[in-house]
Design a protein around this ligand. Structure first.
Ligand SMILES: Cc1cc2nc3c(=O)[nH]c(=O)nc-3n(C[C@H](O)[C@H](O)[C@H](O)COP(=O)(O)OP(=O)(O)OC[C@H]3O[C@@H](n4cnc5c(N)ncnc54)[C@H](O)[C@@H]3O)c2cc1C
Length: 455
């Protein structure tokens, strides 16, 4: 059987469904193909379940610290992992059902479940069915990459997906990979009561961040009892009677009950038949796109994690907005106009935007840098959560903010003041002269900007 549509969308992740909405509103017929779970990584195995678990872990932490606030629980605090898991599952499942119901009820949208593979330009096979379209949008996302470490093929391991299916609490979770995903799991499982060891081959955790931020994150985690091995090269894995054993170069042997591999992501492009469609990828499998997200094949665009231009839900959604604006509204939006921002959801969180100080230095521009410890932020003191620091890096000549980091309570929200000024293209003085609300974390940003020093 063969059917023709105005547009085919491969993948119901973060860009595909809203694009289906805009295309069908414009009167186009759309085939939306999803092989697994509606909502993709974010909804099912990424942001939503993990941030729900982080919230449970925060509640556990606060409960244990209750007496510091004058809230005394009779007896011991215990964690009901079945309820923790059920809560995360319920949040994901509600969102997944919401996406699926929306797509199935969308006039002009035909939902097809199965694996899509190109067989020719703008021709896609799903099971027995051949679909053709004038335009194809690839929103295939990515998955955990499994590193080629000695012993990986004979050692049981978890990924960000399979760890969410655990029913109980590991005795000792060993996490290989000390970056964003690994650290969120490390802190949450420690707070749930597991012993946790992080093994990172780089010299620092979250290696793309400034060293002072990385060290502050390390302090936060070690203060809660997470053990951290950095500079761990030659990582070797093997099964052990207690679960797993992870050997590192210094001869240390870490024995744990469970192993989580959190060493990065790879795009879901290896089984898409991209050659048949004339769609080129780079050496790591990311689909090559231009500044408008068009691929090397006429009439084919790639959005979200699979194009390597972003690795977040908000960048995938922005890809949708760029493509929809350009294709339907006559706009001329470009990916290069995007200012990268993201957060690390340990507690307290790290909100980030733009360049790190180290990256800004590499540009050779004259810099002004302002920093303030969270222990000097009234709101943090009042909340009893004073770990971390905030910093902003400014181009001394243009007075434009180049980047910012807020590691501290409310950092994921407070960073938006900096994000907004950067997107407005306004000089830092605009933010410095603003009148923020007291008491907030944000209120100290103007103060910090007034205290910047050449760096
Ligand atoms: C543990 C974890 C935590 C995260 N936390 C955050 C966070 O806090 N904030 C944030 O912004 N980002 C976070 N992310 C990243 C975020 O989840 C992704 O960037 C986002 O989901 C990417 O969206 P996407 O639309 O590109 O792809 P996806 O959401 O991965 O969707 C792709 C869809 O395509 C489908 N598909 C793939 N191939 C085919 C095919 N051949 N045929 C049919 N269907 C196909 C897949 O089944 C999937 O449903 C996290 C990721 C992980 C793993």
């Amino acid at each position: 059987m063969s059917r023709h549509f105005d547009a085919i969308i491969i993948g119901a992740g973060q860009a595909g469904p809203p694009l289906a909405g805009r295309l069908t509103e414009a009167g186009r017929t759309v085939a939306m193909i999803e092989r697994k779970l509606f909502g993709g990584t974010c909804v099912n195995t990424g942001c939503m379940p993990t941030k729900t678990l982080v919230a449970s872990a925060y509640a556990a932490r606060l409960a244990r610290r209750g007496s510091e606030y004058g809230v005394v629980f009779p007896g011991q605090i215990s964690i009901d992992m079945a309820t923790v898991k059920a809560r995360a599952d319920a949040v994901s499942s509600r969102a997944r059902t919401g996406v699926e119901t929306w797509l199935r009820g969308m006039a002009g949208c035909t939902v097809i479940q199965g694996h899509a593979r190109f067989t020719a330009p703008r021709t896609v096979q799903v099971g027995e069915e051949t679909l053709t379209a004038d335009e194809v949008y690839i929103n295939a996302g990515g998955r955990a990459s499994v590193p080629d470490l000695p012993g990986v093929d004979r050692t049981p391991y978890l990924t960000n997906s399979s760890i969410l299916a655990l029913e109980g609490l590991p005795d000792h979770l060993v996490i290989v990979g000390g970056s964003y995903i690994g650290l969120e799991f490390a802190q949450m499982y420690r707070r749930f009561g597991a012993e946790v060891t992080v093994v990172e081959k780089g010299a620092h955790l979250i290696g793309r961040e400034d060293e002072e931020i990385s060290e502050a994150v390390r302090d936060i985690l070690t203060a809660e009892g997470v053990k951290i091995h950095t500079g761990a090269e030659c990582i070797r894995l093997s099964p052990h009677e207690q679960g797993v054993s992870v050997g590192v170069n210094d001869g240390a042997e870490i024995v744990g009950s469970h192993l989580l591999l959190a060493v990065g992501r790879r795009p879901n492009t290896d089984d898409l038949g991209l050659d048949a469609a004339g769609v080129k990828t780079d050496a790591r499998g990311y689909i090559q796109v231009d500044d408008t997200l068009a691929t090397s094949a006429a009439g084919v665009w790639a959005l979200g994690d699979c194009n390597g231009r972003g690795a977040f839900t908000h960048t995938a959604y922005d890809d949708f907005e760029i493509v929809a604006a350009n294709r339907l509204d006559g706009a001329a939006r470009r990916v290069s106009q995007r200012i990268t921002a993201y957060a690390l959801y340990i507690d307290p969180p790290l909100g980030r935007v733009g360049l790190s100080e180290a990256e800004a230095r590499k540009t050779g521009r004259p810099l002004l840098v302002g920093r303030r410890a969270m222990s000097q932020v009234g709101r943090a003191i009042e909340k009893g959560e004073t770990q971390g620091l905030m910093k902003v890096v400014v181009d001394a000549e243009t007075r434009q903010i180049l980047g910012g980091a807020i590691l501290g309570v409310g950092g994921d929200e407070a960073i938006h003041g900096v994000i907004d000024i950067m997107n407005a293209g306004a000089p830092y003085t605009t933010l410095q002269q603003a009148v923020p609300i007291h008491p907030t974390v944000s209120e100290l940003i103007p103060t910090l900007l007034g205290e910047m020093k050449p760096a």
